[in-house]
Design a protein around this ligand. Structure first.
Ligand code: ASP
Length: 439
């Protein structure tokens, strides 16, 4: 049948486009319905019901993804690590991965800062509009500021080693799960083969079982993406978009530079891979990242795309991708650079070159150990603003202003975060393959 021949990413794209149109229509209809009907909003319930039904299906889908994230990482990483015959290889892969992740993150923030310095998005919002927008959401911003606390690098590093493996699994702490799985995988290489073989075969089999679930989930992804988009778009406040259009374009433009210029250049240079191979293979993960605003929830699909569609070996992908979902957030970092400059420009605060360097450092460090869930970038932004000594009043007003477009930008930056993880996995895979061939 002709439908079968349509590639998955096209199907997801169609679901996404349809969800966008329907969600937007519901948003507009919903607004006018409540306006026309007046106090009791008698007709609004139809719109609310449609939105709630779509939200339910979308949540169900995300739950299914989260349900398999921990087992797939654990099982596949145990198998992957158990096939690494020498520990120096693991050290080399780990070192390269962390360096490239942190390097691209710093590059992303610098790109964001550069764009915000050139375009000056803060100067496109008048003082009157600024004050009016700030007055609307300051209470929410203050509550967020209370919950944000600066990351302590040493504690983050210490917490990689779980006190209790069962708790690490139960809480889905990705860095701890990576540690635990590596420890088991490496242990398996050091015991007698007659003992290790059945254990490895068990985890290998379980990985295949979970992959079957991933395949089933991917089949329904086009419909789920439709539902997710309908809910998000229908409930999004579109009125603030006008005032923040230049700011939003700077963020989205910067993300596009990373995704479509920087990553393909690194891929070509370090992995010899064409973007025409890369993008179709990882498109399902990108589109899912965009629709869910969560790189953690997208993780099982990212793993599947990198392993089965890009052909990166399990021993590499099972390590690089889960690590990336936690420590690599290029899109989030770029957004923080732009947002910090935007807020500073709105309030006439001059950020010196040294303060901008502090932003690069703080945002890079803040991204380590922060799980990729919706909206976390905005909380991390508070830490970044604190690091350059911004006053709490300006911070609260600034956060209140950008809050309105945060979900939309979150979707875009999550797609970038996921793309970055896939790019690094492809690069590490290619460089290791080259090394194996040369050796
Ligand atoms: N939602 C993003 C992610 O999951 C993080 C953020 O920027 O808020 O990767």
């Amino acid at each position: 049948m002709e439908k079968e021949s349509l590639a998955l990413h096209w199907k997801i794209l169609i679901g996404l486009g349809a969800g966008l149109v329907v969600g937007l229509a519901l948003n507009l209809v919903g607004g006018s319905v409540s306006g026309a009907v007046g106090e009791d909003g008698a007709d609004r319930w139809v719109v609310d019901l449609i939105v709630a039904a779509n939200g339910f299906v979308g949540d169900l889908f995300l739950r299914a993804l989260r349900f398999i994230a921990v087992p797939i990482v654990m099982f596949s990483l145990i198998v992957g690590a158990s096939s690494l015959s020498d520990l120096s290889k693991l050290g080399r892969i780990g070192g390269k991965t962390v360096v490239i992740y942190l390097g691209t993150t710093a590059l992303a923030i610098s790109t964001g800062l550069l764009l915000a310095n050139v375009v000056q998005p803060g100067h496109f919002v008048s003082e009157a509009v600024r004050n009016q927008m700030a007055s609307q959401g300051t209470a929410e911003a203050l509550a967020m500021m209370e919950s944000a606390s600066a990351p302590d690098l040493w504690t983050t590093l210490l917490e990689i080693v779980p006190r209790n493996p069962a708790r690490a699994l139960a809480d889905g702490k990705m860095l701890q799960i990576v540690f635990l799985s590596l420890a088991i995988g490496i242990g398996l290489t050091r015991i007698a083969p007659e003992k290790s073989k059945p254990i490895i075969a068990f985890f290998d089999g379980m990985t295949d079982v979970i992959l079957q679930i991933v395949h089933a989930i991917m089949k329904v992804a086009p419909y789920a993406v439709f539902c997710l988009l309908v809910e998000v778009l229908a409930t999004m406040g579109l009125d603030v978009l006008g005032a923040l259009v230049v700011y939003s374009f700077v963020v989205i433009g910067g993300l596009a530079v990373m995704m479509f210029l920087v990553y393909p250049a690194i891929l070509k240079f370090m992995a010899g891979m064409s973007p025409l191979t890369f993008f179709p293979a990882i498109a399902p993960a990108q589109l899912l990242g965009f629709s869910s605003s969560s790189s953690s929830a997208t993780l099982p699909v990212t793993l599947e795309c990198v392993e089965e569609r890009l052909g990166v070996k399990e021993e590499i992908s099972s390590f690089v991708v889960p690590l990336g979902a936690t420590i690599n957030m290029d899109g989030t970092a770029l957004y923080q650079g732009v947002a910090a400059m935007f807020i500073a420009q709105l309030y006439g605060v001059d950020l010196s070159f040294g303060q901008q360097l502090t932003i690069v450092l703080t945002a890079t460090l803040a991204s380590i150990g922060t799980a990729g869930v919706p909206g976390v970038g905005l909380v991390m932004l508070i830490i970044v603003l604190q690091s350059v000594g911004m006053s709490p009043e300006i911070m609260a007003s600034g956060i209140a202003i950008i809050f309105g477009v945060d979900r939309l930008l979150d979707m875009c930056r999550t797609a970038c975060n996921v793309t970055g993880d896939c790019m690094v996995a492809a690069v590490i895979g290619a460089t290791e393959d080259r090394k194996a061939q040369a050796g």
